[in-house]
Design a protein around this ligand. Structure first.
Ligand code: HEC
Ligand code: HEC
Length: 337
């Protein structure tokens, strides 16, 4: 009897240790302990006219803040924002989401919106992924990318958002399915050092910063379970089915199967009009949003896109979706890869 007891204790002990190691090596402890976070500070960003303008540019042209946080008419041509509802929040329309994801209202309404949040509550949510209430934000909110947003650009965005007219819009809460709801707690990372503005004269470096803030890669890099498919940066094939139609993103790398034939003038025209010469792009490609980007910024973005690794990957939205072994999605011409 004594021998068996000892043996049992030993095996339970071993199992427990194995389980601890397995958790440490796989999902980690954050799903149980909660996300990494930092305490809120009292900082407030000085409201200057320069910041207001720069913030407006980031939120309404570059970074999709108002694109995601405003209700759209998704079935109408061009998927327009609903006028007068800027920053009023919206339920995300993408069919592949793991639950109901709601981009909350950012306009300052005291009852249902951000009117009571402090500047640092905004700042921590935008670059570090912790909501005003301490909750881990679903990473569709691109905080992992916005970590690279400079301190000055961050201050500008917050100053702009706080200038939006208050608007009333009652929205349901985000409801993420189990176990994703807990696994996302691994994503937030506190930011403890300052992020300088990239003032390099090299357009490629400025372009890299802008393309990151614009989120081109969120749609143009295919993902499996929220992770980019290795080697497929900007190579397209990620399906975006919805009321606007059944399309996958294009390969925008400088490969012959991508956009190697573009020149700067064509790139500017495509981003401004959604028109690739005679071909009209589906309006889930947010050209109606990016059309306000300055020539200078678009040229820098193109200079950067010219330098990324070419990936041979055919995507053709005029063909029916078939399985693609390269990007692990189903898209037009997938079987030809
Ligand atoms: C691709 C869509 C998308 C883009 C682009 C986006 N957001 Fe979000 N944002 C979301 C979603 C969805 C949530 C809510 C996530 C959740 O509920 O877990 C969110 C949450 C937030 C929150 C947290 C609110 C709270 O409850 O504390 C803030 C602040 C915010 N976003 C600001 C911004 C700003 C500023 C930008 C632009 C720099 C931006 N967002 C761009 C989708 C987006
Ligand atoms: C919300 C998802 C989304 C985002 C964000 C996005 N795109 Fe797209 N893009 C698409 C889709 C979908 C298509 C394919 C549309 C079609 O074939 O009708 C596309 C097509 C394109 C094309 C046309 C390529 C061709 O076929 O000639 C270019 C160029 C492009 N995107 C560049 C960009 C750049 C640059 C950015 C960032 C500034 C960006 N996209 C951000 C979804 C997106």
């Amino acid at each position: 009897m004594k021998g068996i007891g000892k043996w049992l204790l030993l095996s339970v002990g071993t199992l427990a240790i194995l389980l601890l190691i397995a958790i440490t090596l796989t999902i980690g402890w954050r799903p149980f302990l909660g996300p990494k976070t930092r305490p809120l500070s009292e900082r407030s960003f000085e409201r200057t006219p320069q910041r207001l303008e720069r913030g407006r540019y980031i939120a309404t042209a570059l970074s999709g803040c108002l694109y995601c946080h405003t209700p759209h008419d998704w079935a109408a041509p061009g998927t327009p924002l609903i006028p007068g509802k800027e920053g009023a929040g919206e339920i995300e329309p993408y069919a592949a989401l793991r639950g109901r994801v709601v981009a909350p209202k950012l306009a300052p309404d005291v009852e249902t919106g951000a009117g009571r949040w402090t500047d640092d509550q905004f700042a921590r949510a935008i670059r570090e992924g912790i909501g005003h209430d301490g909750r881990t934000l679903f990473p569709l909110m691109p905080y992992a990318r916005y970590r690279e947003m400079s301190d000055e650009d961050l201050a500008s965005v917050v100053v702009y958002l706080r200038s939006l007219p208050a608007v009333h819009n009652q929205l349901p809460k985000t409801e993420i399915i189990f176990p994703v709801k807990y696994l996302i707690r691994n994503a937030p990372q506190p930011l403890r050092s300052s992020v300088p503005q990239p003032n390099s004269p090299d357009p490629v470096l400025r372009g890299a910063y802008l393309v990151n803030l614009a989120g081109c890669g969120d749609c143009h890099t295919p993902q499996v379970k929220g992770q980019s498919v290795p080697g497929m940066q900007f190579a397209g094939g990620f399906p975006f089915p919805g009321p606007w139609g059944d399309v996958a993103t294009a390969n925008i790398t400088p490969d012959p199967s991508g956009i190697s034939y573009y020149d700067e003038a064509l790139f500017l025209a495509v981003i401004r009009t959604g028109q690739v010469k005679a071909r009209q792009l589906n309006s889930i490609m947010p050209f109606s949003f990016y059309r306000r980007l300055t020539d200078d910024d678009l040229k820098a973005m193109f200079a950067y896109l010219r330098t990324i690794k070419p990936v041979q990957h055919r995507v053709d939205n005029t063909q029916p979706p078939t399985a693609c072994k390269l990007c692990k999605q189903k898209h037009g011409a997938g079987a030809e890869n």
